[in-house]
Write a protein that binds this ligand. Structure first.
Ligand code: SF4
Length: 378
């Protein structure tokens, strides 16, 4: 007998991105964090992202040491990291763009940010790639939420700034920033580490666009965030099914070949064309499609027959009414026209509303007319 699928999450630590994976698709979460199936996959986007982050890390490491590197020096770091990161494991999904195109994307990001922020005196860097976290009690058990802040800075007005660099092609709107969990959870950690903190600004530099989004959360938003994070951890801990959630993000999922939604189509697509019709699932789908086709055809035919029947029924009723008879004789059968009382009430538009088979003769409200409502044969 098949055993029920009873997986269980044993995590004691959650990062915002880990929570985000569960929010987007519990099944993907299961593969990655419960079954721990490693599918680390490099894409051009991840190689560019890592190389740009490394360049900014070095940039601010030098700035905090009192030296402002030249753009060429920062580019040098980027180029080195990009060359190291781009290896045979990179999965290129879009043949329109070459490695050189991607290299340039990251190089331009570095330049745009460098030129927009030089001489980097807008704030004071407190930490780069800083691990932050805090404990959270859920259902009586203690967990930790942890992650890494790209850069933590102090602005001239004394506010902490939690800075994140994004190399994404798309530029999200302000609402997206105001609903973001990641930096907001880091803010909770920063406030615990520095309890006298007054203002914290969450800052995303979208370096492909040279655009910065800023979000500030109030006490109520922070309390809700903490409650939501706790509720999500509780859901994860109680989940034994980890259902799939099909969204456009499935295109980027590294577990498509395992996922019940995509596994069979992927397996069939990999078969030689001549082998595909022999697959048991393919055969059943073909059979189902044929039966379903016949069912739909019959349904259409039935609809057409019912339409004809209604027309004849109406003609019969008209004839019986005109003749003043309730039973119409045929050869081997006879039809009866039943008469029933109906109440017609005015609708909002003032027009009377009758039953589907009735044909009211008057335009105004009336009570108790006798009209034919159906016919039958016997
Ligand atoms: S392919 Fe989509 S539905 Fe399947 S596990 Fe991945 S994200 Fe979830």
């Amino acid at each position: 007998m098949e055993q029920p699928h009873l997986e269980e999450d044993r995590s004691s630590k959650f990062s915002p991105s880990k929570l985000g994976v569960y929010q987007n698709c519990p099944r993907r979460y299961q593969y990655r964090y419960v079954d721990k199936i490693s599918r680390a996959r490099k894409t051009p986007e991840t190689v560019v992202g890592v190389a740009v982050h490394s360049a900014f890390e070095e940039l601010y490491a030098l700035v905090t040491g009192g030296k402002i590197p030249s753009l060429a020096e920062v580019h040098e770091v980027y180029e080195r990291e990009f060359a190291q990161g781009w290896d045979a494991t990179v999965v290129e999904k879009d043949a329109r763009f070459s490695k050189e195109d991607w290299r340039k994307v990251g190089r331009d990001c570095v330049q745009l940010y460098y030129e927009g922020h030089h001489p980097f005196s807008q704030d004071r860097t407190v930490a780069i790639e800083k691990r932050v976290g805090f404990p959270i009690t859920v259902d009586g058990r203690e967990y930790r939420i942890e992650g890494f802040v790209d850069r933590l800075a102090l602005a001239p007005d004394g506010a902490f700034e939690i800075v994140d660099y994004k190399t994404a092609k798309s530029l999200p709107n302000q609402q997206h920033a105001d609903e973001d969990w990641q930096l907001a959870l880091y803010e909770l950690a920063v406030r615990r580490e520095w309890p006298d903190t007054k203002e914290v600004r969450l800052k995303w530099h979208y370096v492909r666009h040279g655009k910065t989004l800023v979000s500030v959360r109030d006490d109520a938003a922070r309390a809700k965030l903490l409650a939501d994070a706790g509720a999500l951890i509780s859901r994860i801990k109680h989940d034994h099914e980890f259902p799939t959630n099909v969204t456009p993000l499935c295109d980027w999922c590294e577990y498509r070949d395992l996922c019940p939604v995509f596994a069979h189509p992927i397996k069939v697509a990999a078969l030689p064309p001549a082998e595909r019709p022999k697959d048991a699932g393919v055969k059943l789908v073909a059979e189902y499609a044929e039966v379903e086709g016949r069912r739909r055809k019959l349904k259409d035919e039935l609809k057409a027959v019912e339409g004809e029947r209604e027309k004849v029924e109406a003609a019969l009723a008209d004839w019986a009414e005109a003749e003043g008879v309730a039973t119409v004789a045929g050869e081997g059968a006879q039809a009866t026209v039943s008469i029933k009382d109906e109440l017609h009430l005015p609708t909002k538009t003032g027009r009377p509303r009758g039953t589907p088979n009735s044909r009211p003769r008057s335009a105004g409200p009336r009570c108790g007319p006798r009209s034919r409502s159906s016919t039958g044969t016997r």
